[in-house]
Design a protein around this ligand. Structure first.
Ligand code: AMP
Length: 283
């Protein structure tokens, strides 16, 4: 595996491979890698001639300075994990490589970037679109892999590619979970043992809600999930919404869509966790 820090070098390496007719798969990450990231990397390596992964903790997508400062970073461990997962090129740029000048672009993705995370983390998706569009421009991948764990982010990336005609295939990958059900996340490293035990209530409530879907209205089910999670004193739901998987608009009745998804954000102390469940997948 090659580790590259410079933009011109990675652009050169990838364009050479593409000129040889090779397909290039790309997995953008912020590092502190875990099995969830590695499911994307393995799939990317299996489906493309070349697998490129980036590690860049993107400052423009953090609306909270404390969150940016405490975001876990372990490049050495990440390099070992990527080697074992089949990554060919790791692009690990500094901030000045990605943003030689401040990025002043403002994106607008309609409803998609205004609801849920967009409402609670102002500017977050604008920063995501800034960095992903720059990375796409540098790498020019054939396919790019994103996790359904960040369900709204995936919808926004699809929309960005559509709006700007970026010639890349976006591949969504299922959420990787611990045996217990807890969605894998770099932020789980910041949970205490008690916090981690408490956090299990999040996936339990989401999976439990699948079984209650036929008995409860949308608003009853929302209230049930929120109560279930908040009943643990260590947890506090920021929002739980049930939305159409494509438009991300809240639904009021189950018959409004075949593809409802429940998206939740929960604070466990100062650690912010997100998870979601696609009700359509269980019909
Ligand atoms: P991050 O490093 O958090 O920016 O994540 C990089 C990519 O990995 C994103 O596309 C995430 O959605 C994806 N990812 C993170 N955690 C998981 C998980 N538990 N399952 C599947 N994909 C994930």
């Amino acid at each position: 595996m090659k580790v590259i820090e410079k933009t011109f070098e990675v652009t050169g390496a990838v364009s050479l491979l593409e000129s040889q007719g090779k397909t290039v798969g790309f997995v953008p990450t912020m590092g502190a890698l875990h099995e969830g990231h590695l499911t994307l990397v393995r799939r990317c390596a299996a489906e493309n001639d070349v697998c490129v992964v980036s590690i860049f903790v993107n400052p423009t997508q953090f609306n909270n300075k404390h969150d940016l400062e405490t975001y876990p970073r372990n490049l050495e461990a990440d390099i070992k994990l990527l080697q074992s997962a089949g990554c060919d090129v790791l692009f690990a740029p500094s901030e000045s490589e990605i943003y030689p000048e401040p990025d002043t672009r403002r994106f607008d993705f309609g409803t998609l970037d205004k609801v849920m995370e967009g409402a609670y983390r102002p500017g977050h998706f604008n920063g995501v679109a800034q960095v992903v569009s720059r990375l796409f421009n540098i790498i020019k991948p054939t396919r790019a892999y994103f996790g359904e764990k960040d369900f709204q982010q995936l919808a926004i990336i699809r929309e960005m590619v559509k709006q700007y005609n970026v010639p890349v295939e976006i591949v969504g990958c299922p959420i990787a979970r611990e045996e217990s059900g807890l969605a894998l996340s770099s932020r789980n490293q910041r949970l205490s043992a008690e916090g981690k035990a408490a956090a299990l209530s999040i996936s339990k409530a989401l999976f439990g809600s699948v079984y209650l879907k036929n008995e409860k209205s949308v608003s009853e089910l929302k209230a049930w999930v929120i109560d279930k999670i908040n009943s643990d004193p260590m947890l506090e739901v920021e929002y739980f919404d049930i939305v159409d998987a494509l438009s991300l608009e809240s639904i009021e009745n189950w018959d409004e869509t075949d593809n409802a998804v429940g998206c939740v954000t929960v604070y466990c102390g100062d650690v912010r966790l997100i998870d979601n469940i696609q009700y359509g997948k269980f019909n």
